[in-house]
Design a protein around this ligand. Structure first.
Ligand code: 5GP
Length: 193
């Protein structure tokens, strides 16, 4: 998606440790018009799939998923929680994932009442790096017996391999911008097409 690549070029910053900072439009300040265009792009890609629910993970995925849902007949958006809380009651699907940015394990939790074997799920997230976060969400869908119809990602860091592993495993993965390489010294980002 050229518009997203342009924004990454203009406003993204490359941090040491292979981290791309896009807080000006994606995961701190949110450009809702851009989110809307991203939702339209996924709707075109996943056209014809019987999606009943969008699944994402807190926090940055929530805004993107909610705007995208407007392009999928306003299906409910469920976001997996990363911590137990007194607001989480009833039975839950729980797994553990390792966070690339926080460099520690955390739980990924969805209440059983919000994910079932009847669901056809589109998973949406802001970033795909090693694929650990997505693996966790896929595992929750498997535990629920739900069908993963596809995965929509805003920015895939292709050089970290998570996306290629998911494609090889047969998932329909639509990443709107795939970063092939990036250089923290001169701030350049190269995309895969
Ligand atoms: P993965 O589990 O695929 O290794 O990493 C995906 C998660 O880590 C995303 O949900 C995102 O929150 C975070 N993440 C990974 N790489 C980056 C990055 O370069 N920049 C930002 N802002 N977040 C990232």
């Amino acid at each position: 998606m050229l518009e997203l690549e342009e924004r990454i070029r203009q406003q993204g910053t490359v941090k040491p440790g292979n981290v791309l900072k896009v807080d000006a439009f994606l995961n701190h300040q949110c450009d809702v018009a851009l989110f809307d265009a991203m939702g339209a792009a996924w709707a075109e890609h996943f056209q014809g799939k019987p999606i009943t629910k969008i699944l994402t993970i807190e926090a940055s995925g929530i805004g993107i998923a909610c705007v995208a849902a407007r392009h999928f007949d306003n299906v409910p958006v469920v976001f997996a929680k990363k911590a137990q809380s007194i607001n989480l009651d009833g039975e839950q699907y729980v797994t553990q994932v390792y966070s690339f940015t926080k460099q520690r394990e955390f739980p990924v939790i969805v209440a059983k009442k919000f994910l079932s074997a009847d669901d056809h799920v589109l998973i949406i997230d802001d970033f795909l790096a090693n694929g650990k976060a997505l693996q966790g969400l896929i595992e929750l869908c498997e535990d629920a017996g739900a069908t993963v119809e596809g995965i929509g990602i805003a920015i895939e860091k292709g050089f970290q391999g998570g996306g290629d592993r998911l494609r090889e495993a047969g998932f329909d993965l639509d990443s709107l911008a795939i970063v092939e390489s990036m250089d923290a010294d001169n701030g350049t980002v190269t995309f895969r097409h």
